[in-house]
Design a protein around this ligand. Structure first.
Ligand SMILES: Cc1ncc(COP(=O)(O)O)c(C=O)c1O
Length: 461
């Protein structure tokens, strides 16, 4: 008979739930594999010193979560695991040992909170009927008020009557480029920038000009020189947990950047999709000068990317053009989704998830530093990714190929460099992305092994 490694505590909540949670852990960490038969209700009840009813409830809860199944007349069995992938499955991803490819929040069980949020909406027919209607492009005022209030609590001063919902930060950026840029315009960017922005710029036929960076991000003098040289239309920047370098600008630097923008009458797109992740960070640009800043954010990194709820606030002068652009794109962001997001914020679940993400990232970054700490590594508190400069003897292309051959997916620096720029010998690893800490650890050990490999010494003719 299987003896399950389950320990109950008097002050850890209902016993059936403790059993179900610990079953989940045993299944998640591989101790219980697919098709293993669990002890009978009576046997587990005796082992744990609880009633048979408690075990029945625990198994029912585990079944509800899709972990186990009751087979008629045969007992309760561990289900064959449908691996939860953070991202869409590609034909190759199932063969990967470790996926460091995407900046996604660490895997959390958000089924219950989504269930509760949807039930709450479902309980109110008047609300449901409203969600089925066309709304103003900027979205339902009550939803905007809840979001704006929550963001203010997180230190971002947006106002409900100015912000607009979008389908994520990527969409908000697309709207900004659609609204304010024309083909041939110049867009200033950090010299290593977000690939999604580089792709949008290509589609809009914009010319990207790189700005020099130091440990804090954009150097103000480089911005000033580029403004004089190129007469840019806009600047795009990620002041907090920059993607890919992890840099966060100090408050002083933010003021200096805004001074240059005002001097050249240049609007700044602030991509703060990572802005809520660190517990503390300097004021976002929008707090310092909301008339100079197009602020973009989303619930993708701090709550759930699948919700596709983002937001944008633009200077007053640009507001009308932005609502028209949103209307041109999709009339409005789905009120059903903003309604769910509103429920998740109001119930306190959004804050809980954010705090779980922060704690998980703390552990993951400790594991990362423990394994790769003696290499040239940039990390930052709560940052999903790390930026790793390769040892001198390694070539970027060869390293990325070797990683792929060893089942490791990571991003080459090439993807972050605007066209024509010099590619540094670096890679981005999203340490938030592996499905659990064990996979993270084994993936990092493999990366370490590859970093330590001796150069082959051969040269191609
Ligand atoms: C810097 C940056 N901006 C925007 C996005 C897109 O966010 P969303 O999923 O909300 O569209 C990402 C996603 O990785 C990102 O890293």
């Amino acid at each position: 008979m299987t003896i399950l490694d389950i320990a109950l505590s008097d002050n850890a909540g209902p016993r059936y739930k403790q059993v179900a949670d610990q079953l989940a852990t045993l299944i998640e960490n591989g101790t219980l594999s697919a098709n293993v038969r669990l002890p009978t209700h009576r046997a587990l009840a005796d082992q744990l010193g609880v009633t048979v009813g408690t075990v029945t409830r625990a198994y029912a809860e585990a079944e509800r979560r899709g972990l186990v199944e009751a087979r008629v007349g045969a007992g309760t069995y561990v289900c064959a695991r449908e691996t939860n992938h953070w991202t869409f499955d590609t034909p190759h991803s199932s063969q990967l040992e470790c996926h460091f490819g995407y900046n996604v929040p660490p895997l959390l069980d958000r089924a219950d909170m989504l269930n509760r949020a949807m039930q709450k909406l479902a309980g109110n027919p008047a609300t449901l009927n409203q969600l089925m209607l066309y709304q103003l492009p900027e979205g339902i005022m009550q939803h905007r008020e809840v979001l704006a209030h929550w963001l203010q609590q997180q230190g971002v001063n947006l106002s409900a009557d100015r912000l607009l919902f979008s389908s994520g930060a990527q969409h908000a950026t697309q709207m900004a480029l659609d609204a304010y840029c024309r083909a041939g315009d110049t867009l200033l960017v950090e010299k290593y920038s977000y690939p999604g922005l580089i792709s949008l710029a290509r589609q809009h036929q914009l010319s990207l000009k790189p700005l020099e960076m130091d440990d804090e991000g954009i150097i103000p003098e480089s911005l000033d020189a580029a403004c004089r040289l190129y007469q840019p239309r806009l600047i795009y920047s990620m002041p907090t947990l920059q993607n890919p370098t992890t840099a966060t600008m100090s408050l002083e630097r933010r003021h200096a950047i805004l001074d240059v923008c005002r001097k050249h009458n240049l609007y700044l797109i602030e991509d703060e999709v990572n802005g809520l992740l660190p517990e503390e960070r300097p004021d976002p640009f929008v707090n310092l000068d909301s008339e100079q800043v197009i602020h973009i954010g989303a619930l993708s990194k701090c709550l759930a990317p699948g919700l596709r709820v983002g937001y944008i606030q633009v200077p007053q002068r640009l507001y009308e053009q932005m609502t028209t652009t949103l209307q041109n794109h999709s009339w409005m962001t789905s009120p059903l989704l903003t309604g769910i997001a509103t429920e998740l914020i109001q119930s306190g679940d959004a804050v809980r998830v954010l705090s779980q993400i922060r704690s998980e990232m703390k552990v993951r970054l400790e594991i990362t530093r423990e394994i790769l700490g003696d290499f040239d590594l940039r990390t930052s508190e709560s940052c999903f990714h790390i930026w790793l400069t390769l040892p001198e003897h390694l070539r970027l292309g060869e390293f990325v190929t070797a990683a792929t051959e060893n089942g490791i997916s990571l991003k080459s620096a090439e993807l972050f460099v605007p066209p024509g720029g010099a590619v540094p010998p670096a890679v981005r690893l999203s340490v938030s992305s592996p499905a659990n800490r064990d996979i993270l650890r084994s993936g990092l050990l493999k990366v370490r092994e590859l970093l330590e490999q001796e150069p082959t010494g051969g040269f191609a003719l």
